[in-house]
Design a protein around this ligand. Structure first.
Ligand code: ZN
Length: 135
């Protein structure tokens, strides 16, 4: 089963916490054990797992990506958003999360984030659960 979430981002660069939405999807599917793939079909946003406790971590990630890949960097891409493409590739377009006892196997401080680099806009997040085969 494939689920498409629509996520509205609010800034050009933003980490949007989608952990609770993904948890709600998992609960609705009733799968107790397996693997969840979270994927974004976009070239200027990504998906990442990182700290959900101290919001300064999100700010540090964004500030560091801005320093490494500035918006104005003498890029060749005519659309003018090369920095967003590069940041998206650094983040990656999918994550895989284990599912056990009906829950995402995330560490205490881990959250799941859509990493927007060319917003604000609507984004799709695709979710696919691969349940363990019945034993
Ligand atoms: Zn582009």
């Amino acid at each position: 089963m494939l689920k498409r979430l629509e996520v509205k981002t609010a800034a050009r660069i933003q980490l949007v916490d989608i952990t609770s939405t993904v948890k709600a999807f998992l609960k609705s599917e009733g799968v107790t054990s397996g693997v969840l793939i979270v994927y974004v079909p976009h070239t200027t946003c990504g998906i990442t797992i990182n700290e959900n406790a101290d919001p300064a971590v999100k700010e540090d990630i964004i500030a560091t990506l801005e320093r490494l890949v500035p918006a104005a960097g003498g890029y060749r891409h005519l659309e003018g958003n090369s920095d967003a493409h590069i940041k998206a590739s650094i983040m990656g377009s999918s994550v895989t999360i284990l599912v056990e006892s009906g829950a995402l196997v995330l560490g205490t401080w881990q959250g799941l984030y859509l990493a927007e680099f060319d917003g604000p806009r609507m984004r799709s997040v695709l979710l696919k659960i691969l349940p363990d085969p019945a034993s």
